[in-house]
Design a binder for this molecule. Structure first.
Ligand code: FAD
Length: 520
């Protein structure tokens, strides 16, 4: 454990005058509020936008790849169900807009949450009252002090006994420049550049109809942008799409995702539809591309990568990932991985340099702790720059951390995670790197004895394993069952595979996909 979360034997400093401050009324911040309400702990939710789910609203036109049943928090459901709330069909897929209107808005309006929700309150800085980052004296006894900018321009200071930063990463996208800095000329091209997924079939239709659009990035956001633009191109002649990705053509197979092996069929399907658009020439794919300069010419924008250039294009869509805004946290003692910018103990589980399986083994308060006691980053922001966050992961984080704040350490360390598998692993397994750098990650037992991890994906594959299996398997089979390449499997999962074959009860798996990859 890297941080020092809360002292198990001490009362926390959470009181009505110093409540738990939750930053962000997104799905995970509101889930944390529901858990705290259930436990009777005082809390305050501070939301920068004018409504709960403000960031989700920004991509409201996008359909989630998770069905409703993977998009709702259990504590939130316990609040909503007795109110006459109409539960959505669990097997259907919400758009971002539906997630806000059918779930987050009613949740935010619930009497257990609404009185404690402050809209139009942007947290711009956090410190310990009267104690700067350098000082030890009195640090743990000092309440947090949050500096707030209000929508009307006023400023406020709010005291808190603990802080949960659930502010997401949506407002801080990566730039077009491949080195992590804006490309030369990128800022000057801002008026023709969209960061995120434009609503090309709706609100932004006029902007893109009949235009040549360059899309940069290779994740699910890029896929969504490309699909909408392709539908527009089908409708409006003259609409052209160029798609640039950093990876080489030899690694494009992995970029398209797990396909039929993905336990979230809608997620698997996204990549396959993009593959089809590329193969049919609707989307012009350019691989091995690292943008370093954008030049405005009379004909349009010309985009450069070293000696290569593309264009002119009319518009650029940047979907190169998101990063956490760490500026408000500068006075806090954080334990972040230097590359991933996730809590140090969580980072190896999600680092795309190690693996990108998209499914992460159970984690909670211990992995989310920082050297700063009583401070936690949860939700999308907890993943730092890693791309594979799922709502279910965030809901489990909220449950575990709020249980710890309430002093219920048994619940905090109990694993209640259900995660669908991605069916893909694009991590390299370099010779000699050993298990710790394989796609399956380092060996570490985080499950206390007596607990059962169970995973119930959408696909009819059930994996359950006992702590004994978790401890004896380098591969955490509950979450990595389909991610390893065969060679990695042999290196990494031999023990678990053998144990399964002989004992059967340690890992029981039936895969509808028939995939032979993984720790089966
Ligand atoms: C296009 C897209 C599609 C996705 N699809 C799925 C999917 O199908 N399934 C899935 O499981 N996950 C999906 N995700 C990933 C993830 O689950 C979502 O991004 C989810 O919204 C993350 O929830 P969150 O509460 O952590 O953060 P957010 O939803 O980003 O909420 C953060 C909130 O904090 C507020 N805020 C930000 N800064 C401050 C501040 N300084 N002070 C106060 N408030 C602040 C914001 O206004 C926002 O309301 C998707 C993500 C994107 C972008």
């Amino acid at each position: 454990m890297v941080g020092t979360p809360l002292k198990e034997t001490e009362m926390t400093r959470i009181t009505p005058a110093t409540p738990v401050a939750i930053i962000g009324a997104g799905p995970v911040g509101l889930a944390a509020a529901a858990h705290l309400a259930k436990r009777g702990l005082p809390f305050l939710v501070l939301e920068a936008g004018p409504e709960a789910g403000h960031s989700v609203r920004s991509w409201g036109h996008v359909q989630l790849f998770s069905p409703w049943r993977y998009s709702l928090d259990k504590a939130a459901l316990r609040l909503l169900e007795p109110t006459g709330w109409q539960a959505p069909d669990p097997e259907s897929y919400p758009t971002g807009r539906a997630l806000v209107e059918r779930y987050l808005t009613p949740l935010a309006a619930h009497p257990a949450i609404a009185p404690h929700l402050r809209l139009g309150r942007k947290v711009v800085a956090i410190t310990r009252e009267g104690v700067d980052k350098l000082s030890n004296a009195g640090r743990e006894d000092a309440p947090f002090l949050l500096h707030i900018e209000c929508a009307d321009g006023a400023e406020e200071l709010i005291r808190a006994g603990a802080v949960l930063d659930a502010s997401g990463t949506y407002r801080t996208p990566n730039p077009l420049g491949a080195g992590g800095l804006p490309a030369i000329g990128e800022r000057a091209a801002a008026v023709n550049t969209f960061y995120g997924i434009p609503d090309a079939l709706g609100a932004h239709r006029e902007r893109y109809a009949g235009k040549h659009v360059l899309v940069a990035g290779a994740g699910h956001s890029a896929f969504n942008a490309l699909l909408d633009l392709a539908a527009l191109a089908d409708d409006v002649p003259g609409t052209a799409i160029t798609w640039v990705v950093r990876r080489g053509s030899e690694r494009m197979g992995q970029a398209y995702g797990g396909g039929a092996n993905d336990a979230l069929p809608a997620r698997g399907e996204l990549g396959q539809r993009i593959r089809g658009l590329v193969e049919h020439g609707v989307v012009q794919l350019v691989t091995g591309w690292r943008t370093d300069r954008v030049e405005r010419t009379p004909e349009g924008l010309v985009v450069h990568a070293g000696a290569r250039s593309l264009g002119p294009v009319d518009e650029i869509v940047v979907t190169t990932g998101l990063r956490p805004d760490l500026a408000p946290l500068a006075e806090l003692r954080l334990g972040l991985d230097p590359a991933v910018e996730a809590p140090a103990a969580l980072a190896p589980l999600i680092d795309p340099n190690i693996h990108s399986c998209g499914t992460v083994r159970p984690h909670g308060v211990d992995e989310l702790s920082h050297p700063e006691p009583d401070f936690f980053i949860i939700g999308m922001k907890s993943y730092g720059r890693a791309p594979t966050f799922l709502l279910l992961t965030g809901y489990e984080q909220a449950r575990s951390v709020t249980a710890a704040l309430a002093g219920d350490w048994e619940a905090a360390r109990r694993v209640e995670l259900e995660l669908p598998e991605t069916g893909v692993c694009s991590g390299p397994v370099a010779a000699g790197e050993g298990v710790a750098s394989s796609c399956c990650g380092p060996v570490e037992t985080v499950v206390p004895a007596g607990n059962l991890i169970s995973l119930t994906p959408v696909a009819p594959s059930l994996i359950s394993l006992t702590p004994a299996a978790a401890a004896s398997s380098c591969c955490a089979p509950a979450v990595q069952a389909t991610c390893c390449e065969p060679e990695a499997k042999a290196d990494c999962c031999g023990v678990a595979a053998e144990a399964t074959g002989e004992a059967g009860e340690l890992v029981a798996l039936t895969s509808a996909s028939g995939s032979s990859c993984g720790c089966q």
